[in-house]
Design a protein around this ligand. Sequence first.
Ligand code: CU
Length: 93
Amino acid sequence: MSIRKSLIALSLVATALSAVAAGDADKVQSIQLKDGTTMHHYKDGKMSMEDKNGKIVYMKEGVKMEATDGKTITMSGNEVARLFLEKYQANRP
Ligand SMILES: [Cu+2]
């Protein structure tokens, strides 16, 4: 493995670990969107999304979303790994 590749791998592990450490307390609010998905907003301003069945939704940064109350929200970040880890921890026996 090249040094560059191992550095990338290391930073991925560090990101995953910090997400674990942060956990659910890091979540500021969850907003219901018009299309049936839910947007989770984190302390650092980033977001993740899931559909009504709890499946993690991927969305590009900068995409506009509409909340059920009519407010427009711009997607910031795309914390799929963070939400995945949260769900993994929550469902762990
Ligand atoms: Cu979104």
